[in-house]
Design a protein around this ligand. Sequence first.
Ligand SMILES: NC(=O)c1ccc[n+]([C@@H]2O[C@H](COP(=O)([O-])OP(=O)(O)OC[C@H]3O[C@@H](n4cnc5c(N)ncnc54)[C@H](O)[C@@H]3O)[C@@H](O)[C@H]2O)c1
Length: 342
Amino acid sequence: MKRPRLGFLGVGWIGRHRMNAILESGEADVVAIADNNAYVASDAAKNAPNACVVTSLDELLDCDLDGVVIATPSALHPEQSIAALDRGVAVFCQKPLGRSQLETSRVIDAARRANRLLGVDLSYRFTNAIDAMRREITSGRVGRVYAADLVFHNAYGPDKPWFYDAAESGGGCLIDLGIHLVDLALWMFGDVRAYNVRGQLFVNGRPFVRDGRAVEDHAIAHIELEDGAVIRVACSWNLSAGCDAEIGATFYGTRGAVAMRNENGSFYDFTAERFEKTSRITLASPPDAWGGRAAVEWTRRLARDARFDESIASLEEVARVLDSIYEQSGGQAILPVLELSA
Ligand SMILES: NC(=O)c1ccc[n+]([C@@H]2O[C@H](COP(=O)([O-])OP(=O)(O)OC[C@H]3O[C@@H](n4cnc5c(N)ncnc54)[C@H](O)[C@@H]3O)[C@@H](O)[C@H]2O)c1
């Protein structure tokens, strides 16, 4: 076991949160911090007194790092991740890893080539609620799962301008929130491939047409999997949701169902249950400090083994599904139907 030496690139809202979570875990040394905004970097460094503050990724990578945690605006993720991996440094990157499947695959290829661990902050996988539901599904208690409904409606939108520029963010609510839903769904179904995707995007209540700059604020998608299962996904920003947020995921099986819901509109508190006809039992309930768990787990894994883990390649399929939904909004070709095995 090696105690990892970590650098942090981008310590705005989420970067700072994840850095503090790793510091609190005591699993790594935070040795360097870089952010375009000097004030943001030095303010974050107050919590990491042994870290030096530098001004660029190159300087960060000169600090003899084992890993870099990237939380910059989304368009920067692929280039910055690949630069770190090419220098032999493991990466934990915020979602989305790329704005498209092509960008996502390029980063994964770089990690495979460098044989370095690559993690992405798909943080909802690490909630107690999803963990309990996944155990129910894999134990076979709910039978064969064949349908799922997932929603993430946010009564607010992001408060930083770059989120509203597709060149910088890759898109709107779909790549911001829907990525979590599509990832969770495919992961819970055991990384089965999607073979047919239909999606509709809206902006201000009208059909959204991509122009490379504007972004969607509501997305609805219907995803059929190779094994015949169907996933329905809906997400939005600035929706009249009747509360701060509506977040939920239900997976229906032949002998029961599992579901998670946020409590009282909370972004952080979730309850998970198993349903059998009209009865329900609680699987998980708040409190659950899950926000930094993916980052801390990546740090622990890095300490044990810094080599590439092939399981990250499942994100290429998530990106392919998102690409397909975006392509449909642009009037372009939809996801090509895969060759189904006999
Ligand atoms: N995993 C999750 O659930 C989750 C939640 C929120 C945000 N995110 C993702 O985290 C990323 C950051 O989001 P945020 O809300 O923290 O944004 P933010 O704007 O608060 O933070 C981004 C930071 O990056 C800095 N920065 C910009 N360009 C840089 C560069 N070239 N080098 C170094 N620093 C640079 C900015 O100064 C800023 O401090 C986004 O990709 C977002 O999608 C993920």
